[in-house]
Design a protein around this ligand. Structure first.
Ligand SMILES: [Zn+2]
Length: 293
């Protein structure tokens, strides 16, 4: 609690500045309030956003990084949303806002968060030419598969995710999130997921309720499954030995979807596991660490 001392006066005179480590600065028109789970998210961090209103808000949307996302009602006049800071985002202040209609009148609230940097490992790898360079037909296939997944990620359905999320394997030992890879001297895309080394055949399970958005064979991912948890939240499972789900299938938290393998571009059995939320690719480990509510 800040009283009328000098700290309080300083905060008032610099009302639009967010001090590192301080809660996000929120502004509201008086009817809607917004709060975030952290005011200083680092690169790759998920952020839970809660909105409260004196009654039901119609057409409520969460605005973040230039797009609008649905929120879930958790109790009358209480809403929850999940956004994230992509591992490649610029650091500095960013605004998240909620807006909708209350009793027919437009209402809005906003909060400013300060995105902080995070150090990621740099991995220099030397691979045989055939594993690092691809012919034209393969490049076309890689591009088409990436475009198809992007299309599926852009289809936003009603939120079905719940906190806490369940790690995708019983022995969750994540490696490599955000690793900057240099392969045969060339800088590649950062590793936007975690790798979990486990014996082939280890069961893999869904981290939350949802629907299978993709189940198929990919050049990089091998046997791959993507689950849509609604609200723009997706989980991605690559290199599976086999999968036992089909596109469009309804999935519940903890359901077995397949098993660990080494299909696609993998040097040994492991699960490549990623999470995408509104705003980008986040560190799954930070998602599992979100406090229960
Ligand atoms: Zn990986």
């Amino acid at each position: 609690m800040i009283g009328l001392g000098s700290v309080g006066i300083l905060a008032l005179c610099c009302g639009l500045t967010v001090i590192a480590g301080a809660p996000a600065l929120a502004a509201s028109d008086g009817t809607l309030s917004i709060s975030v789970s952290t005011g200083t998210p680092a690169l790759g961090d998920p952020v839970v956003v809660e909105v409260a209103a004196p009654g039901a808000v119609d057409n409520l949307v969460l605005r973040w990084k230039g797009a609008a996302w649905p929120m879930r009602e958790t109790a009358p006049g209480r809403y929850e949303g999940l956004i994230g800071v992509d591992l490649d985002d610029p650091v500095g202040p960013a605004m998240v806002s909620a807006e909708g209609f209350l009793d027919g009148a437009r209402t809005r609230a906003e909060a400013v968060v300060t995105i902080s940097p995070r150090k990621f490992a740099v991995q220099e790898l030397t691979l045989p030419k055939g594993m690092a360079e691809f012919d034209d037909a393969t490049l076309v296939r890689i591009g088409a598969e990436a475009a198809e997944l992007s299309r599926r990620f852009s289809r936003v359905t009603p939120p079905r995710w719940r906190i806490p999320f369940l790690p995708p394997v019983e022995e969750y030992r994540p490696e490599n999130f955000g690793a900057r890879r240099v392969i045969n001297g060339d800088r590649r895309m950062p590793h936007s997921a975690v790798d979990i080394r486990l014996p082939g055949g280890t069961p893999v399970r869904a981290i939350a309720d949802g629907r299978v958005a993709f189940a198929g064979e990919q050049f990089f991912g091998g046997r791959s499954v993507v689950i849509d948890h609604g609200g723009g939240v997706f989980s991605v499972y690559y290199h599976l030995k086999e999968f036992s789900v089909a596109e469009g299938q309804e999935i519940f938290r903890g359901d077995r979807i397949g098993s660990v393998g080494a299909t696609g571009r993998a040097t040994g059995p492991h699960l490549h596991f990623g999470v995408r939320v509104p705003g980008g690719r986040v560190d799954p480990t930070r998602l599992f660490a979100l406090p229960g509510r």
